[in-house]
Design a protein around this ligand. Structure first.
Ligand code: GDP
Length: 548
């Protein structure tokens, strides 16, 4: 129908059927925010410093190398070293700057690329000399190759007695990485993050590779950049770390970051100190956004707030529509999955938390607790407080909202109340997970046990007008309860299953009759009772299934 959203593949297929070609806009508003860079003549561009990502197998020393570099090469300042982690920082070496992305690991690197942000110029692949090339080393190499950026191999931990750099080099040949002096041109260094040996050499090599790359940027005009990291700060509000790629970012600029906008109140450097401007390859935190953008979002400076508001509200609308579509499983392949999984119970969840790390940690843990019959489906996850859009989305997708260190604003609360959306707030991750586990257990069909509670033998039959057949019984075992379900057996064969309509002792209605006592039983909608029949009463016990 006209207001139905389609996924990319379906769109292409349909348009193809009508002989049209489809061109997908990367993001709404990109054309409006015309890139000044394209119009800038080459001679106006100036050399900029490289942006470097450090990747490699776990425990091979990525963090240690970054720490080592940071400790000895931070741009000197009276306020001391870098006190906070903001996602990226610049160091100075031989009077030249290098920007390091401080989120080691190729997952973050590729997640950014997936969002259209190719921010890294050079990839440093760290390989421990005692361990050699490992699965994640290969992955990291592949990711860097896919991004088409130069590699530098850092063979680390050469201080260890069992370090064998030569073995690493041989292994690299197998991975089609041909090192300088080994018939190839890939630069490498041997170093130790522990002793500091070779680290200067690594920095020199980075500068050398950067020079070859002839990295350049526009040093005037409106800034363009990328969000490296973003979070909600208790005191400062939404805070985003921006890597400036072109132009000059200034306090007072009106910026669009993905689907958020704002007027920059303050630029803070990696030491938490205010700075007036930021140049290309520089990293700053910006304060003043109205919401939290996502890592990988692009930043653009616009002339007035109206444009910013228009573009971001459309972007938010599109995001919401997409989420609703994905939540409801509107895509074709999804539909098929759903039919196949119709036996499956799904708990839809929206996760909001104060930092990217918490969001990921919660989502990871949630996805791990599914059992065979049950599944947690994360409809949406993001950093930031719970807003109206979250509650709306939850209503549309029948989800619960989990807030970690965040709370709903007034609109969100109203919408949640109106739509009966459950919002749960937590301060401890474990509690959130445990609660969801319990909800999941609630979705599992309970196991129903039956337990016989008593039997009675029919001794005599009375036919009473208006009442029907009353069975005069003797309770042979246990007890008979007036509202218990019963089965009637005749010569060990089940004749009827139903409920007791009336249970009497002498003339009185009673709740229960015990072993050895006589009573009158009327069975609901059943009159064909005979002397010698056995009435068995039982109860149903529901037992909730547990998830391990
Ligand atoms: P990451 O997982 O790649 O970030 O690795 P880490 O930087 O956390 O390092 C993993 C372990 O290796 C830590 O215990 C470090 O102290 C140790 N390590 C890192 N670099 C060196 C090094 O050059 N020499 C030695 N001996 N140990 C190192």
């Amino acid at each position: 129908t006209i207001n139905q959203r389609l996924d990319k593949d379906s769109l292409i297929m349909i348009c193809d059927e009508f002989n049209f070609e489809v061109e997908f806009a990367e993001q709404y508003g990109k054309d409006i925010l015309s890139s000044e860079e394209k119009e800038t003549k080459k001679e106006k561009l100036k050399t900029r410093s490289p942006v470097v990502a450090v990747m490699g197998h776990v425990d091979h020393g990525k963090t240690s190398i970054l720490d080592c570099i940071r400790k000895s090469n931070v741009i000197a300042d009276e306020s001391g070293g870098i006190t906070q982690h903001i996602g990226a920082y610049q160091v100075e070496f031989h009077n030249k700057k290098i920007t390091f992305i401080d989120t080691p690991g190729h997952e973050a690197f590729t997640a950014m690329r997936a969002r259209g942000a190719d921010i890294t110029d050079i990839a440093v692949i760290v390989i421990a000399a005692d361990d050699g090339v490992m699965p994640q080393t290969i992955e990291a190499i592949d990711h860097a190759k896919a991004a088409d950026i130069p590699l530098i191999i850092a063979i680390n931990k050469i201080d260890l007695p069992d370090a064998d750099p030569e073995k690493v080099k041989v292994q690299l040949v197998k991975q089609n990485v041909r090192l300088q002096g080994w018939g190839g041109s890939v630069e490498y260094v041997e170093c130790s993050a522990k002793t500091g040996e070779g680290i200067d050499n690594l920095l020199e090599t980075i500068l050398l590779v950067a020079e070859v790359e002839e990295l350049s940027a526009r040093y005037s005009g409106n800034a363009e950049g990328v969000v490296v990291e973003a979070k909600l700060d208790k005191g400062k509000g939404p805070v985003a770390t921006i890597l400036v790629q072109n132009g000059v970012l200034k306090t007072g600029d009106i910026v669009i970051c993905g689907a958020q906008f704002g007027k920059i109140r303050l630029l803070l450097d990696e030491r938490g100190q205010p700075v007036p401007i930021c140049h290309p390859s520089g990293v700053v935190q910006i304060l003043g956004l109205n919401g939290i953008p996502q890592a990988g979002d692009t930043l653009n400076v616009v002339l007035d707030e109206k444009i910013a508001r228009d573009i971001t509200s459309k972007r938010q609308y599109i995001i919401r529509q997409r989420q609703i579509a994905s939540g409801k499983g509107a895509t074709l392949d999804n539909l098929f999955d759903r039919i196949q999984q119709s036996e499956l119970n799904v708990l839809n969840v929206i996760v909001k938390a104060d930092t990217d790390g918490s969001v990921e940690a919660i989502c990871d843990a949630l996805q791990k607790i599914q059992s065979k019959e049950i599944k947690v489906n994360i409809v949406h996850k993001a950093v930031g407080g719970i807003v109206e859009a979250d509650a709306d989305l939850a209503a549309a997708s029948n989800a619960i909202v989990i807030g970690f260190h965040v709370r709903p604003n007034a609109e969100a609360r109203k919408s949640a109340e109106l739509n009966k959306v459950e919002i749960r707030l937590y301060d401890v991750i474990f509690e959130a997970i445990d609660d969801v586990k319990k909800s999941l257990e609630g979705l599992l069909a309970p196991v129903i046990h039956e337990e016989a509670i008593g039997t009675a033998k029919v001794k005599q039959i009375f036919k009473i007008s208006k009442v029907g057949v009353v069975a005069g019984c003797y309770v042979t075992e246990g007890k008979i309860i007036n509202d218990a379900p019963i089965r009637l057996f005749r010569e060990e064969i089940k004749i009827y299953e139903g409920r007791i309509a009336s249970l009497k002792r002498f003339q009185n209605e009673v709740k229960e009759v015990h072993e050895g006592q006589e009573c009158g039983i009327v069975i609901e909608n059943f009159n064909d009772i005979k002397v010698g029949d056995i009435i068995e009463a039982y109860i149903k016990i529901e037992e909730r299934k547990k998830i391990e």
